[in-house]
Design a protein around this ligand. Structure first.
Ligand code: HEC
Length: 159
């Protein structure tokens, strides 16, 4: 009996520790605290010590793609694509770090953003304004669910 316990208790302690670290990094990543924000931007967004959720990976990809679209609009070489809008729609099904974020409000924010992206797709005149409206949609959801990256997201804006 004693022998068995050794084998069982070590892995379960380990997984407890991993769980606590997971929660810790989620809190840091989505933190509102301003003094923590600079650390957050470099540690969570560049090195990813925690296990990456499907949603977190999707968000990083979307950040990069949104930045590419920004360049296309600035240089007047292109605009948002249907593929980009399709990746936004994946937010509905991607598994987050914290399952509690998947509320009706979260779903509504995703829909608002997809609508804004579709509006930008068919907008020939004010691409810059349409693009900044899209970035606003990222920020609005983040204000409710994940304030940490807001500073970084605001850098996507076209001035
Ligand atoms: C419907 C709500 C919602 C919308 C809209 C949204 N996000 Fe997020 N975002 C989240 C949540 C929740 C997380 C935390 C993901 C996790 O840890 O599972 C997150 C995480 C992130 C992260 C950090 C990823 C990491 O862990 O490194 C970045 C960067 C990000 N989002 C950028 C964006 C950008 C850019 C947009 C708009 C194109 C956007 N988000 C739109 C909810 C949203």
């Amino acid at each position: 009996m004693k022998k068995n316990n050794r084998y069982i208790s070590i892995p379960s302690r380990l997984s407890g520790a991993i769980g606590i670290f997971g929660i810790f990094f989620f809190i840091v990543g989505c933190s509102t605290n301003d003094s923590e924000q600079t650390a957050t931007n470099s540690s969570v967004v560049e090195n990813h010590p925690n296990k990456d959720s499907e949603l977190a990976l999707l968000m990083r990809k979307m950040y990069a793609e949104t930045d590419s679209i920004k360049q296309l609009i600035i240089t007047n070489e292109g605009i948002i694509s249907k593929e980009y809008i399709a990746s936004l729609e994946k937010i509905h099904t991607a598994i987050p770090t914290d399952a509690n974020v998947k509320t009706p409000e979260f779903k509504a924010y995703t829909e608002l953003m997809v609508n804004e992206a579709n509006a930008l797709f068919s907008n020939e005149q004010n691409k810059k304004e349409g693009f900044n409206n899209l970035v606003d949609k990222c920020v609005q959801c983040h204000q409710s669910f994940c304030p940490g990256p807001i500073k970084k997201i605001n850098k996507l804006r076209i001035n």
